[in-house]
Ligand binder design. Structure first.
Ligand SMILES: Nc1ncnc2c1ncn2[C@@H]1O[C@H](COP(=O)(O)OP(=O)(O)OP(=O)(O)O)[C@@H](O)[C@H]1O
Length: 228
């Protein structure tokens, strides 16, 4: 499902972000990516949806060969992956429902199919009654739920989340985690970079620790393991 073979990433300014990463993540897994600031977590995650390209190595995601993928095939890859960010990245002038619909309109569904799918994913995140609100009219936790609904819209086999609880208070963060858990229970793979020690130590799952651009540890039911 997600495989990296000896992947290196050096940014154009010479920063060596990843120095030989090999990893295999199977369908249905729930994986935390942890490590000190600047260790390479975001780079590791961005490689999966080809936001950045590896300097060398091989990456396969959902059957796509990432480094060989032609530009016009990138949307196909991204439709098979839902991405959730720390700062939600909702379009501010669109309502919650329109933000979700936007992810669907690019794939050519009919207006009726879009409407039904938007309703369905908003219900999955518990916000079926907030579809008409603008992001600015929603709390941080609600905005993140809408972002999760948008990530779910195309029924992806993987959800990739980069610090999804980083801007949320503890209670709201747990609400988002319960949502990810439910999504994972239905078979969707979750890869989540996080600095949230409490969550990693309480909701025990596979932990991949990245330090200085390499995999320092990879544990089933691991712990957070850092003091930050
Ligand atoms: N676009 C870029 N150009 C140059 N250097 C970059 C770029 N993006 C990241 N880096 C550098 O690559 C290294 C790894 O960064 P990355 O964002 O992957 O780390 P991280 O583990 O996600 O950090 P954090 O926990 O602070 O988000 C850092 O030294 C960072 O400064």
């Amino acid at each position: 499902m997600i495989e990296m073979q000896d992947v290196w990433k050096e940014y154009p300014n010479g920063t060596k972000a990843l120095n030989g990463i090999s990893i295999h993540i199977q369908k249905g897994e729930f994986v935390y990516v942890v490590g000190p600031s600047g260790a390479g977590k975001s780079t590791f995650i961005k490689l999966m949806y080809r936001e950045v390209r590896p300097t060398r190595g091989h990456i396969f995601v959902n059957g796509f060969n990432i480094e060989r993928l032609k530009d016009h095939k990138i949307p196909l890859l991204r439709r098979s992956i839902g991405v959730v960010f720390q700062d939600f990245k909702l379009l501010p002038k669109l309502t919650a429902g329109e933000n979700v619909a936007f992810a669907l309109e690019v794939i050519g569904l009919s207006p009726r199919q879009i409407k039904r799918r938007v309703k369905d994913v908003l219900a999955q995140v518990g916000l079926e009654d907030k579809g008409d609100k603008l992001p600015s009219q929603l709390s941080g936790g609600e905005q993140q739920r809408i972002a999760v609904a948008r990530a779910l819209a195309n029924n992806p086999s993987v959800i990739i989340a980069d610090e999804p609880t980083g801007n949320l208070d503890p209670d709201t963060s747990w609400g988002i985690m319960r949502l990810f858990q439910r999504i994972n229970d239905r078979g969707t793979t979750i890869v989540m970079a996080t600095h949230n020690r409490d969550i990693v130590n309480s909701l025990r799952r596979r932990v991949i620790g990245i330090e200085n651009g390499i995999i320092a540890r990879d544990e089933q039911r691991g712990l957070y393991g850092y003091d930050d």
